[in-house]
Design a protein around this ligand. Sequence first.
Ligand code: PAF
Length: 288
Amino acid sequence: MEIINRPQRMMSAMKKLRQENKVLALIPTMGALHEGHMSLVKKARQMADIVVVSIFVNPTQFNEEADLEKYPRDLTADAALLADFQVDFIYAPDSSDIYGEGFSTFVTVDEVSDKLEGASRPGHFRGVATIVTILLNTIRPDFAYFGQKDAQQVAVIKRLTEDLAIDTEIVVMPIVREDNGLARSSRNERLTKKQRNAASIIYASLLKAQNAVENGELNASELTEMVRKNIESEPLAATDYIAVVDNETLEPIEKIGDSPVLVAVAVRFGEIRLIDNIILEKKASSGI
Ligand code: PAF
């Protein structure tokens, strides 16, 4: 496994491999790797000849300077983990190599960026879309892997690769969950034991919605209220939003029709804000 810092060096290493007809895979991350990331790495290992994991704590997607400062950074631990999974390259550029002097081009994905997470984190998805575009242009992978947990990020990235004719297939992997159903996230470590147990209410409520759809409930406001009631039956939970939206556009829907619907939630436990989601379909409903 090789660790590369310089964008130029990364570009030339990838160019050489492309000329050798190697299939390239990229997993973009901000480090602090956990089981969720490893499911992306494992899938990439199956699909590609060369697996690249980028580790870059992207300053433009943080709303608060303090959050950026305290974001966990441990390249040595992350590299040790990735070596066990036969990763070929880690790309870990410096911020100054990405956002050098005079940097002034940003990628904005309209509409889909403004809702849900975007509503409380202005500019967040502009930062995500910009760095992902830079990484895709640097590595030019055949496949890039993202977790379904960040459903809105997935919608933004799919939109941008389609709109900007980027020749990379976006592969979305299912949410990895803890034993009690809580979606894997580095934030879970910051919950107290009591909060962590209580947070199992989120997935249990999403499953209730899935079950209701399987039994014929197609009305979005009924489903929203059902999820809200369930989550709020847990005294430690404070709901931020519950949304029943089209899975691609993230536009609110009134009734579940023929296209997949995303039920997305953000819930606070004390200071910690957790997000989770499930995809529902009218007939054979499927949870991710
Ligand atoms: O999901 C993340 O870790 C980040 O948003 C990403 C995609 C690596 C961009 O910085």
